[in-house]
Structure formats: C-alpha cells, structure tokens
Design a protein around this ligand. Structure first.
Ligand code: SAH
Length: 429
C-alpha cells in the first residue's frame, strides 16, 4: 500500500492541520490538503485503520488555496497554514471549533481576525543544536535554519543573525540551548535571553556588551542557566547581563514590566481585543478573581471596570511583575498571590462575583471545577488556547452553569491554533 496513489476527497481538517481525506473506505491524513479538495494522494505510511499521505496531483483545488510567501514553509514546523488564504484560515478554525464542541449545544461565532497577520509574534524562542539555530521541523527535533521569518516581529531576524555570528566568532555557540527574544510593541524595548548549559558569567557579560553595541535596540540581556537534560526551555537560575532585566510594554494605555520567565501574550493587538471581550461583562460593583493571572494584564484591564480584582499565579517572577505593574498604573484595587490554581482555591473565591480562568493548554483541574461549583460563583469567564480541554472543562461545569456562545479569536495566524472566550452563568440566577 505504501507509495500507492489513490484518488481522495478531503472533507475535514484534523486538529494538527492535516486534511482528512477519504478514498472509498480508507481515511487518509494528507499533508497540506484543504477541505473541499480532490487529489491523487501518495500514501506515505499505513496504520491499522487509516493512512498518511501527501498530495501527488491536485485535481480540484480549494478556493482558499494560495501560494506560500515563506521560503521554509513546510520544512519548518512554525506554520501550518501557509498554503491557505487568511479568509480560509478563519473559516477552517471556525469549523474545527464546531467539530470540537459538537454535543455541547453552543454556537460558534465567526473567528475575530488578528489585526496583524504577519510579524505579529512579539516573542521568539530559537533552539540551538549542533552549531545550528532555527525552528524545529514538525514532529521532530531537527533544526531548520531560517534567515527570515514572517511570524516574528520585524527586526528579530537581524538580531538573531548578529547574535549567532558573535556566538560563532567567540566559539561559544555550543553552550547555548536557546535564544529568546521578546519585544514590547508599545515601548519598542527588546529583551535578549540567552539560555545556556553552563554558568560562565564573565564570558557572557562581554558577549552581551558586544551584541548590544551592534544592536542598540536591545534594552536588556538576561542569561538563563539550564543544566537539566529534559525539554523544558528555561532553567531556574538567572543573571542580568545588561540593562534592567525586564522590558516594558504598553497595551490599551496600561504599562507593564515583563521578566524572561513570565508569560506574556504573543500577539499584542489581538490581546487587547481578547481582553476587551473577556471583560465586557464585568460591572462596576463586582469583585473578580483572575486565576492564572501571569503578569496581571487581564487583572489590570478588569480593574478599570470592576470594584476589585485578585490575581493568582504560580510563577514567582510573574507575580512580582504583576505587583509592580499594579503600582506602575496606580491601581489600588488589585492584589496578587503566588499560588497553585489547580487546587484549594475556595479561599480566594469567597465573596467573588466573577472568576476569570485563563489556564495553559492542559485546562483546569477537576478540583478547580469542583471549587467553582461549591463556591457558587455567579459568573465565569473562561479564556482558552486549547479547544479540546475547554470542551472537556465545559462538560465538567455544564450541570451548574449555562453557556451558549464561544467567541474565537485568531491569536496565532498561519497556525492551527485558536483562542476562545466563553461566558458561563450560574444556573437558577
Ligand atoms: N492571564 C495571563 C496569563 C495566561 S497564560 C495573560 O493573559 O497574560 C497562563 C498562566 O498560568 C501563565 O502565567 C502560567 O505561569 C500560569 N500557570 C500555569 N500553571 C499554573 C497553576 N497551576 N496555578 C497558577 N498559575 C499557573
């Protein structure tokens, strides 16, 4: 069967961006095939109940099919949708959500487009291995070198190129695990993070000075030492090599400071639209709990509308940033706590009118769902970057909460990922 060519019709897309195509009884996951297309597909691997394939000859193309502008598209694993027009990407994401939420009786709204579709990423994390730096090939740890990336912020390519050149000249590229860049779009400040295997501070301090001389747009350089041998990118220990160790950003008139280890939304302009939607149902008199609060960006946004906001977050540096950010903006109706939101959150829920949930991809725990239910929280605003866990968690809450609409935001153009907001209200209220 392998290498055989079969005529297939693509009817759907898988959650990882493959076309789901059929040829008689066979289901084939086809790389870069778009729903609606017919093609002769070459089978590349066969499993018990399905196969994988690539397009050999496209017979009928989707109206959404477009030519990729990226030189390393389909080699590098950064983008999934370079062959699909932006309009098509939004339609496909909506359909993916409809598939995921089937059975929950919710309406999926049109996906809110990203204000920027290229160069929207304010954060770049580049792995370095065997003298090469670039993105991983999809489903692998092979590095695809690239000189120009359409996702990352403008100017990132040049910084990476110079940093690599300097590391090579000084023969220290081997000790680098990752290169990290983050730009505050509202401030133009750039942080360079160098994640290394060994602690060699004097060498890196000199290197940092040379990079900053060549790239004065870098306002701070942080060395992160990671001696572990797993896939976790950042280590515990850090040394500031240059500048204040944080960058600032401004969104919707709010100023924030961000450390290397803190989470920060990657798409600045879409973040503002997302927060506006999430906070649109908060009222003046309400007391709000923001779980998974990061550096406090939603908390501060919400605190302009609500009576008071409490944030809970597990990363120490992020909580430190959040407290400082409250002070920077003279907001006295917010407080932040370092804690694990997976369990024992009832103490924070007492007297709260609304809870905002913005968990990582794995979603919330059963314990947290139980705490929400037991505390009788009247309103929950759930922001999710993973439709699968969102659907699961809504299932945990649906006996006690009503919800009818999912509002998707395209936070990550050209990738299969999609962000969603759902408002839940306590039944019987
Ligand atoms: N609401 C913020 C951050 C969302 S990302 C924003 O919009 O920027 C999710 C956040 O949850 C990250 O800051 C991460 O550090 C934090 N986090 C992950 N696991 C956690 C846990 N068990 N308890 C509390 N916070 C957690």
């Amino acid at each position: 069967m392998k290498n055989e060519i079969v005529r297939c019709v693509c009817t759907d897309m898988s959650v990882d961006g493959h076309g789901i195509a059929r040829s008689k009884d066979l289901v084939v996951f086809v790389k870069e095939m778009i729903p609606g297309e017919t093609a002769d597909v070459k089978i590349t691997a066969e499993k018990k109940n399905y196969a994988y394939g690539i397009i050999d000859t496209l017979i009928e193309a989707s109206p959404y099919r477009t030519k990729s502008l990226c030189p390393v598209a389909y080699k590098c694993g950064g983008c999934d949708f370079r062959h699909i027009s932006y309009e098509g990407q939004l339609a496909i994401k909506k359909k993916l959500l409809e598939n995921t939420f089937r059975g929950l009786n919710v309406r999926i709204e049109d996906v809110v487009p990203s204000p920027k579709t290229d160069h929207y990423r304010n954060k770049v994390q580049i792995p370095v291995k065997d003298g090469k730096a670039g993105f991983y090939r999809k489903y692998s740890h092979d590095i695809v070198e690239q000189e120009h990336c359409l996702l990352q912020f403008e100017g990132a390519d040049e910084i990476l190129k110079d940093a690599l050149e300097i590391f090579r000249e000084r023969n220290i590229l081997d000790s680098v695990r990752h290169i990290f860049l983050r730009k505050g779009e509202g401030s133009d400040e750039v942080m360079l993070g160098i994640i290394v295997r060994k602690k060699e501070i004097p060498v890196w301090r000199k290197t940092a000075q040379e990079i900053v001389r060549r790239r004065p747009e870098i306002t701070t350089v942080v060395l992160n030492i990671n001696t572990r041998d797993d896939n976790v990118i950042l280590g515990e220990e850090e040394t500031v090599l240059y500048g204040p160790g944080i960058i600032r950003d401004i969104y919707d008139g709010i100023s924030v400071e961000i450390s290397l280890k803190s989470f920060y939304q990657v798409n600045h302009d879409q973040m503002v639209q997302l927060y506006a939607k999430a906070c649109s149902t908060l009222n003046e008199g309400e007391s709000v709990l923001d779980l998974y609060s990061g550096i406090g960006t939603i908390s501060l946004f919400a605190a302009r509308r609500a009576r008071e906001v409490t944030g809970v977050e597990i990363v120490e540096d992020a909580v430190r940033n959040a407290k400082r950010n409250a002070a920077l903006n003279h907001m006295e109706n917010v407080a932040f706590f370092l804690d694990d939101a997976r369990g024992d959150m009832r103490k924070y829920m007492q007297g709260k009118d609304a809870v905002i949930l913005d968990p990582p991809r794995k979603g919330i725990s059963k314990e947290l769902a139980d705490d929400l239910i037991a505390s009788g929280i009247p309103k929950i605003i759930y922001i999710s970057c993973n439709p699968a866990t969102l659907a699961r968690d809504l299932g945990l809450l649906k006996e006690f909460y009503d919800f009818d609409t999912v509002t998707p935001f395209d936070m990550f153009p050209h990738t299969v990922h999609v962000e969603s907001v759902v408002k839940l209200t306590r039944k019987g209220r």
